[in-house]
Design a protein around this ligand. Sequence first.
Ligand SMILES: Nc1ncnc2c1ncn2[C@@H]1O[C@H](COP(=O)(O)OP(=O)(O)OP(=O)(O)O)[C@@H](O)[C@H]1O
Ligand code: SF4
Ligand SMILES: [Mg+2]
Length: 330
Amino acid sequence: MAEPLLVVEDLEVHYPIGKSLFKEGVTLRALDGVSFTVGKGEVVGLVGESGSGKTTLGRAVLRLVEPTSGRVQLGDKDVTALPPADLKALRSKMQIIFQDPYASLNPRMSVGQTLGEALMLHKIGTRKDRDQRIGDLLEQVGLPRSAAARFPHEFSGGQRQRIGIARALAVNPEFIVADEPVSALDVSIQAQIINLLQDLRRELGLSLLFIGHDLSVIEFLCDRVIVLYLGRVMEMGTAAELYANPRHPYTRALLDAAPVPDPTVRRDRITLKGDLPSPVNPPSGCVFRTRCPYAIDACAEVVPPLETLESGHRVACIRSHELNLANPIA
Ligand SMILES: Nc1ncnc2c1ncn2[C@@H]1O[C@H](COP(=O)(O)OP(=O)(O)OP(=O)(O)O)[C@@H](O)[C@H]1O
Ligand code: SF4
Ligand SMILES: [Mg+2]
């Protein structure tokens, strides 16, 4: 595995909610003790149902959301220990690509101004250098240099996402979080943006945390995958290993929910019933137990540790040794 660039240890984000003058508040455990690494030049995928904590994780890593506890290290910098005044310097090392390219660009700024602002903020280059760099960035993301003079409304959704990617790349970041960067786009455009990210990743050796819903996109783009459920890691491993040999019932269920070219190939499927439980009051023991077809009494008592298997991938299920999820019989 590549040398780790990003190290995340036991990260927690608990949101206090509902507190008022007359009412005690409660705690929403959006992220509950998540640990992982992203290697130099590695693309790690993050999957899980809506509300599982993906965006919270991506933002907490960048300190766009303040972690409740835990540690994030980028290279030799302890991100979590940085005083707020030093966060600006951090932004030149870590960037984010947002889901919605419409909302994330200032409509009153030309594309050149948007990219120039990012460069100026981080004191990159002289004015002339910056104009050159803006043109280079636009070409890098497949847009003409002349796009600098135009405004966001003059571009299609896919083109706007290219601008969003150029803005993230402007400061030469070491690490980028891409939070569902294609979900808001037409299906026909999604592949173009995914291919662009794949090309950039090869050219620039980008390290990326790629948040997504579409498992086929994740498989195409990512070296490793993290499966998140109710703010906890259920399973992580190489994309190849996880897809061919899932060891957590939740991973199996996500794979079964994805469309397959020939649905007759596997008839035994795990169907996810009901909704994600509330992160205000998560189930005891294994948080997946209320929806797991393999749950036994013991699952309510112990929080399954994230164990490393012979195959090298990691799984948090006390029954993973006895279940054959490659061909489920439930
Ligand atoms: N600022 C906030 N205050 C309180 N609760 C929040 C806040 N932001 C997120 N949450 C809650 O934290 C949990 C995780 O939300 P998050 O947005 O991280 O999930 P997600 O996996 O990104 O979902 P989606 O796939 O819909 O984008 C949810 O229960 C959500 O309601
Ligand atoms: S620990 Fe129990 S409830 Fe959780 S995934 Fe494994 S079998 Fe299912
Ligand atoms: Mg999200």
